[in-house]
Each structure stands twice: as structure tokens, then as C-alpha cells.
Design a protein around this ligand. Sequence first.
Ligand SMILES: C[S@@+](CC[C@H](N)C(=O)[O-])C[C@H]1O[C@@H](n2cnc3c(N)ncnc32)[C@H](O)[C@@H]1O
Length: 139
Amino acid sequence: MYADGFQDIVNIDFSRNAISEMNKKGGDKPGLLFMEMDLQDMTIPSGTFDIAVDKATVDSILCADGGARQIHALLKQIYRVLKPKGTFMMLSYAKSQLRLNFLKHKDFLWDISVETCRMFFVFDTHTDSKTKFRYTANG
Ligand SMILES: C[S@@+](CC[C@H](N)C(=O)[O-])C[C@H]1O[C@@H](n2cnc3c(N)ncnc32)[C@H](O)[C@@H]1O
């Protein structure tokens, strides 16, 4: 996103390690901010963001005990920190029916649209022995 010109981005994760690693990769880029924070309890003023993007964090939280309750708390926070005409984009591996029930809630006045896209991820990992592994998933 940064390379495509979106250069005022706040990235949030409650994992200190994740934030530390991301800071090493992109912390020197102006306008790119990495914050250690619980998405269910954000210390960000209401109406701050034009757009919020979830890339599989909802998917991961739903694997935990009480996941559904946690997702509602998270969505309430996202709804709060978005500007009145702000957009929430959720990228998920799940079938849309499994996410729409969270989004179609009386607490959120969202116009919802669903798009199915082909996803292509490439993760490159280097081991100590310098062997290179490539994992590719198409959905
Ligand atoms: C599947 S990963 C996605 C990471 C990132 N969105 C990406 O695409 O690389 C899920 C991340 O959600 C973070 N996470 C889970 N629950 C969270 C919460 N309540 N607040 C902040 N981060 C959370 C985890 O630490 C983990 O890094």
C-alpha cells in the first residue's frame, strides 16, 4: 500500500514482537507508524481513519475461545475510529456468510458489499542453513 502511494498508515498489532519486526522493516518510512495496541481497546480518538483494513486478524481471533464476542468488540472499536463515511475492508479466508453475520449488526450502519478475489501469497523463509523455502497458496 505504501509503495502504491498510501503514505499515512497506522499499523496495529498487540504483539510486541510483530511491531518490533515491522518497525525494523518499515519504521524509517515517513508516515508509516507501527503501534502496539489491542484492537479491542484502541486508544485512538473516534473518527480518525478514512479506511481500516483487516487482513486475517478477524480470522485468527475467531480461532480463540470467545472469538465471536471478541469480534463484536473489535468491530465496535473499528466503527468508532472510522470517520462517519469511512470504509472498513475485511480480507478473509472464510466464506462471506461466516463474516456477514458479524457485520450485519444493529450497532453498525454499514453498506456492505462482498467481492471474491483470487488470493496469491508467497512467503519466503530462509533457514540458518540458507536453504530457501517457498510456500504458495492460491485461493
Ligand atoms: C493472521 S495475523 C495477520 C497479521 C497482519 N494483518 C498481516 O497481514 O500480516 C493476525 C495478527 O493479529 C494479531 N492480533 C490478534 N488479536 C489481536 C488484538 N486483539 N489486537 C491486536 N492484534 C491482534 C496477532 O498478534 C497477529 O499478528
